[in-house]
Design a protein around this ligand. Sequence first.
Ligand code: C2E
Ligand code: MG
Ligand code: MG
Length: 701
Amino acid sequence: MKLDFNKGLILAVDDQEADLLIVEHALSDYYTVVTTTSPAKALTIARDLTPDIIILDIEMPEMDGFALCKALQAIPTLSDTAYLFITSHSDISYEAKALAMGAADFISKPINLDICRLRVKSQMTIKQQASSLHEAYSVLHREKMHLSTILHSIGDAVIATDTKEHITYINPVAERLTGWSQKEAVGLGLTEVMVLRDASSGECMVNPLHVALEQKRCVAMALNAEIISRDGTRYRVQDIASPIMDVEGNHVIGGVIVFQDVTDAIAMTTKMTHLTNHDQLTGLPNRILLHDRMLQAIKNISHTDRMVTALLIDLDNFKYINDSVGHHVGDAIIQQVARRLEAVCDAYTTVSRIGGDEFVVLLSDCESMSYINTIASSVIETVNVPVVVEGEAHRLSVSMGVSIFPKDAQTPEELLRHADTAMYKVKSEGKNNFSFFADELSEDLKERVNIEKMLHRTLDDNALLVYFQPKYSLTDGGLTGMEALVRMKRGDGSVMSPYSFIPVAEESGLIKQLGKQVLDKSCQQAKAWLDAGTPVKVAVNIGASQFNEFGFTKTVADTLSKYNLSPEWLELEITESALIQNINSAKKAIMSLQRLGVSIALDDFGTGYSSLSYLRSFNFDVLKIDRSFIQDIDSDQQALSIVKAIVNLADSLKLEIVCEGIETHAQLLALKAMGCEQGQGFYFAKPQPADALKNAWKVHS
Ligand code: C2E
Ligand code: MG
Ligand code: MG
């Protein structure tokens, strides 16, 4: 017989072969049926095959059904097997005994096929349901165990409650942070176990789970919360609480709060913030924090008539002290000075250390100059008291510069820079004193500051003026070109020379913007002359940093194409100082500009390095001999020889020559005699605005 256990296995035991045949007949279409007349064999078969159902005859000669049932029940693998008894007895006591033994049902003799089949079928169904139930239960159990392991192992604290905020679960981390064990906590109110306070005020906080349950939404804990454990330990925590909904998501069935101990993280952040904003040696705010406080102070008092004042304090000769007594004594002195500075200032004043022996006292809101005077004097006084380190007294003095917002400076950077300027003034005038930026500022410096402001304004308004000075052929007197020369208009309408503002533009970095605007206006004018039928090549002066700027060639190309101007109408004048910053890149820049089609002139030749190898290695188109040589040629033989030599040199290098600054007829004649090709100077025309140059096209002979 082929056994198919998937169908369900039935073992039937009866001493009557005929009964067994009936059972087999009734069931074998649906199940695998194994039969035996021998109880002993039945035990072996049952042990080997583990039947789902065993059908037992009660009366058997060898061993009755009850005894066999008992023996079968003793086999551990048969714990799930169901027993059906075949009985011819109508005696109720047999049935009671069978049920007591765990019988599931009875089949009475004579065996009716249908009844037998139905009884077995219902047993089989019960068994299968029981087995499914068992399986589902074990899956559920496994999942429960899994979840509970996760909650136990999780690094966060977890507390679950019912809707009345009574605790139903608390994991080990929550046990540690609250000080309550799961056993003690379950059933208690949430607020009893989880005591929350505001970390700064110490005031009680509403538990976010309370809000979560009330409002049926996730709620995060306010920053700054701390939990007070049962033994009084405080932990900074952050968390999130949420309601637990039923499977359908309709009803709240409880709540859960998950929180973390962030005590260490907060301590670390605080420490890091302190480190980045403070000087390690003195614990004073450093430059970064000072800058921030300055910004804040300026913002606060803007639009009021109050002042922000920076006192920049530099210890006199400190380097000498440091070198002679050693760094550790130097450090101790700095620390003592720091404490003394703090002592003369109030709580609203920032004392900061911004360098080795440099401190800044920031008065963030002052009303009067006399207050500033008082503080400055106290600083000097306190630092002048000898500092004692390791039993030895050290005398210190300070130089202090004072700069004030809004009078002297508009930004934190400017405040410091101007305080620094004032401080250097004190140093140069004998030290141990203080001075105000405005008072002590030299006229030169004031002028420089004014020019910078004016430049800013002019550039922003695109209001630079470009004058043009004509160049002429010394052989036929015809116009050969125009040099563009920048001018700036003062408030009073007078015009300022580039000698006054080009150096300021170079120093302040404004030269690039200036150069760009001049180039633009010059190309625009060249195009206008071209269109007017009076074409003339325009030469534009290029500052060193402008020339060396990345992308300069592109700026030139863009400007030309902006005005649809052919490059043959543009020349660039470069001085030697622009070339020596980086000879190789200068060579490349010149080449790429020439490739573009513009010509390059070397300006002010003779005033710089003027080396011959220079001239050879750069492929200039034009050489402009500086005005200083031309000035002297009619009186100074040496100047004349130099100019002659330059003219010859230029000739052999096939360079065009332009003589700058021709003022007199005598100079013109001398240069002509030398064979100079071109000249420029007041003799012909001064630089003027384009519309004043109508006569420039007239031949000068
Ligand atoms: P530079 O390029 O050598 O220009 C010639 C200077 O000599 C001009 O001075 C011009 O007015 C002056 N000059 C011309 N002929 C005579 C003369 O016969 N006698 C005297 N005494 N002076 C004469 P300016 O316009 O004051 O320009 C001074 C310098 O400023 C220029 O020297 C040039 O280096 C620079 N500069 C002018 N415009 C610009 C510009 O747009 N960008 C840059 N980077 N520099 C410029
Ligand atoms: Mg020039
Ligand atoms: Mg020049």
